[in-house]
Design a protein around this ligand. Structure first.
Ligand SMILES: [Zn+2]
Ligand SMILES: [Zn+2]
Ligand SMILES: [Zn+2]
Length: 225
């Protein structure tokens, strides 16, 4: 993955008109324009492509492309946003981070705040609280889209009770990605660690409780790693 640029939250920024609110929809047009351009600059610096910046700021594509070249020295890469959730589902850690991004969004998003600023703030906090961000800005935004489109749903883990995200049509997910990671080498029933020599290979039988049942949560149809 490419190196990610760190984003500073907007908390201390004042809009040009001097008000204390988000001015992307300010009645004073130059203030609204300045705010949107400022947001576009921040988004590009955080790794967003021109298409995503247009989508989040409502600025004209031509202008965004020009700002992109001025900042990065080359045109915005072609190509679109991600279209499927396959990339996230390949890996439990990515799903864990996707859940985190969604939870941060629920806590941070406020009415009257522009989409661009919500995304920037969520992404800034996400980068602050994880050691190694798994999701770049585009992937983080796509998590919010998947939830908005009802392609993913929030569920509650049957092991730890925490909320997690899963595809709406995948009803077999009963363990959160955190528990799946934790139980890769530990028995679902008693929590006992599997023998060291069994590491690297998914185990279903625990020598401690002799649980020979294959746990639903431990058997992954997608072969998560
Ligand atoms: Zn204003
Ligand atoms: Zn769990
Ligand atoms: Zn056991």
């Amino acid at each position: 993955m490419k190196s990610m640029n760190y984003v500073t939250p907007f908390v201390l920024c004042t809009p040009p008109c001097g008000s204390d609110k988000d001015c992307a929809r300010c009645e004073i047009k130059p203030c609204a324009d300045a705010t949107r351009i400022h947001d576009a600059v921040r988004l590009i610096q955080a790794g967003a492509r021109a298409t995503l910046v247009c989508q989040l700021t409502d600025l004209p594509k031509k202008l965004v492309k020009r700002i992109y070249i001025m900042l990065q020295g080359h045109p915005s890469p072609r190509g679109q946003m991600p279209f499927t959730d396959a990339w996230y589902l390949e890996n439990d850690l990515r799903m864990l981070h996707a859940t985190l991004v969604w939870q941060l969004h629920n806590r941070i998003a406020r009415k009257n705040r522009s989409e661009a600023r919500i995304v920037l703030d969520v992404y800034a906090v996400y980068q602050c609280i994880v050691d190694k961000p798994q999701l770049d800005l585009t992937r983080a935004v796509f998590v919010l889209s998947l939830m908005a489109m009802d392609l993913w749903q929030q569920r509650h883990c049957q092991y730890c009770g925490n909320a997690f995200l899963a595809p709406a049509d995948e009803k077999h997910d009963i363990a959160c990605p955190g528990c799946r990671l934790y139980h890769r080498y530990r028995c679902y029933r008693c929590g006992n660690a599997f023998d060291a020599h069994a590491m690297g290979r998914p185990r279903t039988v625990c020598s401690h409780c002799m649980d020979s049942k294959v746990s639903n949560a431990n058997s992954s149809k997608r072969g998560r790693r």
